[in-house]
Ligand binder design. Structure first.
Ligand code: PGA
Length: 240
């Protein structure tokens, strides 16, 4: 586990974007996994700028999303579909043929999970995955108590996730469950970037990277990851 501490959010975002760039340069056909949430937005801005400046060809990459709010339509701002298109795929110039996301409106969630699992398998695993961390220690929608052995699955959302989730939407949206890559897939990512910024993440960062490895803090499993970069700013690092 490499813990990298940056002076501020901007430097954290620049450095995280560089990690993606390195992966794409080393493997132009890389499978990239993107998270939503507020924390990675700076990374995505920096990534779009660097790709343009460096004239990097991203036309052979393939992109997947980490998770999705079940039953929230894709045109709703705050859905992972909407936010990833807005912050990542459009700015980076990623074509729809290079993208696979969970379908929040699917009537067959098991099939939705299988399709994602098979896609990851068929591409030989995720080359670079970026994830945030919830204040309850979740990664994606892997909530406290989830097994580290799970692949893509449906998840009833934790009360904290339901509360913080409302902030991503412009108006009240009914959310109850999510669909997410499982911790088995997080642990198998060839490069994992775990991002956190700000004082309100300091406590959970301390618990996740210095505390006991426990299913009650899903992010604590990254202590056992073979190639994880914990990318945090000074505030998020203030208790470690
Ligand atoms: P945030 O969300 O980046 O908006 O803080 C992180 C998460 O809940 O995974």
């Amino acid at each position: 586990m490499q813990v990298k501490i940056y002076d501020d959010y901007e430097k954290l975002s620049e450095a995280t974007a560089d990690e993606f760039i390195d992966t794409i340069k080393q493997k132009p056909t890389a499978l990239l996994c993107f998270a939503t949430g507020n924390t990675p937005i700076g990374t995505y801005k920096a990534l779009a700028k660097k790709i343009k400046e460096q004239e990097l060809d991203v036309s052979k990459c393939f992109c997947i999303g980490l998770d999705e709010w079940l039953d929230v339509p894709p045109e709703v701002k705050g859905s992972c579909y909407y936010d990833l298109h807005h912050h990542v795929f459009e700015p980076l110039g990623i074509h729809s043929s290079q993208i696979h996301l969970f379908n929040a409106l699917s009537t067959d969630i098991a099939d939705e999970c299988n399709k994602m699992n098979e896609l990851i398998e068929s591409k030989g695993g995720v080359d670079c995955m970026i994830v945030g961390i919830g204040k309850n220690g979740h990664i994606g929608f892997n909530e406290p108590g989830v097994s580290v052995k799970l692949q893509a699955h449906e998840q009833v959302l934790h009360i904290e996730t339901l509360a913080s989730g409302q902030n991503y939407f412009s108006g009240p949206v009914k959310i109850e469950k999510g669909i997410t890559l499982g911790l088995a897939q997080v642990m198998n990512a060839k490069k994992l970037l775990l991002l956190a910024s700000g004082m309100n993440k300091a406590e959970i960062i301390k618990a996740a990277i210095k505390g006991e490895i426990t299913e009650m803090i899903p992010a604590s499993c990254v202590q056992l990851h073979q190639n994880v970069f914990v990318m945090i700013d000074k505030e998020a690092a203030s208790l470690i």
